[in-house]
Every structure is written in C-alpha cells, then in structure tokens.
Write a new protein. Structure first.
Length: 320
C-alpha cells in the first residue's frame, strides 16, 4: 500500500512540474511575440501629410468587405500627385519684352517662385544676307498645386500657344511606404536607446551604438526623401519657353536690265579676281617646298654628272 501511495505522489509531482514548465514556456513565447510586435511597423496606415503638401482628393475605387458579406464604400483618401507641364508660346516681336515681364511676375500673381530662367539674344543672317535679331526666353516656374490650371490658362493668354504637354505622377504609395519604413526605424531607435542603458559589456555597448548610427542615417534619408516628394507635390512645375514670331524676310526688288548686266559684269570680274587670288595663294603655299625639292634635285644631278665624267685611271695604276 505504501508503495502505491508513493508511486501516485511521484506521478502527481511529475504532472505538476510539466504543467509549470509549459506555462513558463508559454509566458516566454508571449514575451517574445510582444518584443517582435514592438519592432514591427504599425498595422494602421500612417497619418497623411500636413495640409499644403500637394494632396489631390480622390475617391478610392476599391471596396471594404463587411463581416456579413456585404460591401461598404471605402472612405476618400488623399492622393499625392506631382504635376508638370511644358509650354511654348510665341509673341509679336514688339510684345516680347512685355510678355517676358508677365512671365517673370507670375509668382506674384499665383504664388510660388521662379526656379530658373534664361534669356538669349543673338543675331543671324537670313537667306538674303540681312541681319536679324533673335530673342528666346525660358523659365522653370513653381506654383502651388491649387493654382496649376489657372497659371497655365494665364500663360496661354499672354501669347500664341504653340505646344503644351502635361504630366502627372501619383506618388501616394511610395510616400506611405516610406512613411511606414520611417516609423519602423524610429521604433528601432527607441528600442536601441533602451538597450544601451541596459548594456553590461563594452562590446554590447559598441555594437548597439554602431547600429544606432546606421538607423539614424536611414531615418535622415527617409525624412529627406519624403520632404522632397512633399515639396514636388505641393508645388507644380511649369517649363515655359517664349520666342517672337518669325517674319519671313522680304526679298529685294528686281533690278532693271542694264543694272542686271552691270551686276553680271561685276560678278564675273569679282569671280575672276577671286580665282587668281586663290591661285596665287596656292602657289605661295607650295613655292617653298617646291623650291627646296628643285634645289636638292639639281645638286644631286650635278654631283652624279661629275662622278660620271671623271677619267678612268691608267692601266699601270690599275695593275698596281
């Protein structure tokens, strides 16, 4: 009987130890999961950018499913869209200065700023040999996204519109993806700072500080890229080029018969003079090399002739 009671006690003790071990293991797993969740990005979407960051309201096309199998309309989301336009306009030559001044004053009317501008003045010859003054102005103008269409309409009204291209790039997904990565790195930074306070050895401290430097570098890079995207979305870009209308050159009036005969003789004499002038120039260029070659040839020939005319030695001298 005592043996049976002893076996039962040992069995109960083993069951208790097993249960305690399983509970401890479960508690450790829960703590591990909590640690990993603390290092993972939040499930909710990051907060939208601050107002004025170039967001275009747009209703999402997808629908959210309910538990009962029905669908509910997805809420409107804010889209980040970069808008860019290329415009070419032409004005009358006498209106070129006023049109250029209006383009330079566009930021005063709609806001924004001129990122770059360039003015070219040059002279060229037309087909009749007349000099013509040419002017060309180009600028890169940044305007708030809300005034993008109004600014383009204003530019179109300044002069004749010859070309226009509009581009739009939706960067919403890229922006929110980068925002999630940034949040993850910030959580990692907080966790590393806490571990640095708990470090017990020098090696642990050095490894944590090295990782902290890497994380903070990534945070700064993400913040810079997000600021750049927000700036490009908040301020649309307009590339505009201005030129004045090209007027076809007026041909000279035809001359009379005797004037044309005189022009023919004059042209013939001018052509003959040019021919002889060019011939003299060619002769002058080749005269020095030709003279040197001729002198060298004469010297060689004379030496050869002297050697051939030298009398042969007497037979007695040849035998000796």
């Amino acid at each position: 009987m005592k043996k049976i009671i002893s076996v039962l006690c040992i069995f109960v003790l083993l069951i208790g130890i097993t249960a305690c071990g399983g509970r401890a293991s479960g508690d450790s797993w829960v703590m591990y999961e909590r640690e990993m969740m603390a290092m993972s990005p939040p499930a909710a979407a990051p907060a939208p950018p601050a107002p004025g960051m170039g967001l275009v309201a747009q209703t999402a096309a997808d629908s959210a499913f309910r538990d009962d199998g029905g669908t509910a309309a997805a809420p409107a989301v804010s889209r980040m869209v970069i808008q860019t336009a290329n415009m070419s306009i032409e004005s009358a030559e006498e209106d070129f200065g006023d049109t250029m001044a209006a383009l330079q004053g566009l930021p005063d009317r709609f806001g924004g700023f001129i990122e770059a501008s360039n003015l070219n003045n040059f002279t060229r010859m037309d087909i009749y040999g007349n000099e013509r003054q040419e002017r060309f102005f180009s600028a890169i103008i940044r305007v708030p996204v809300g005034y993008f269409d109004a600014a383009m309409a204003y530019i179109s009204g300044l002069a004749e519109l010859t070309a226009q291209n509009i581009f739009a790039e939706d960067i919403t997904d890229r922006f929110y993806d980068m925002a999630g990565r940034l949040e993850t790195r910030r959580l990692e930074e907080t966790r590393i700072l806490a571990l640095i306070g708990e470090a017990e050895t020098l090696d642990q401290l050095l490894n944590l500080e090295s990782r902290l430097t890497q994380v903070r570098t990534q945070i700064r890079r993400y913040e810079s890229q997000m600021d750049n995207m927000a700036d490009r979305a908040a301020l649309s870009t307009i590339h505009v080029s201005l030129s004045h209308i090209q007027i076809a050159p007026i041909p000279p009036e035809p001359a009379g018969l005797f004037a044309r005969i005189g022009q023919g003789f004059s042209g013939s004499a001018s052509g003959t003079a040019n021919f002889f002038t060019n011939a003299l120039l060619v002769l002058a260029r080749i005269s020095i090399p030709a003279l040197a070659i001729a002198v060298f040839t004469v010297v060689v020939v004379r030496v050869a002739l002297k050697l051939s005319r030298r009398p042969a030695p007497p037979p007695e001298q040849a035998a000796e």
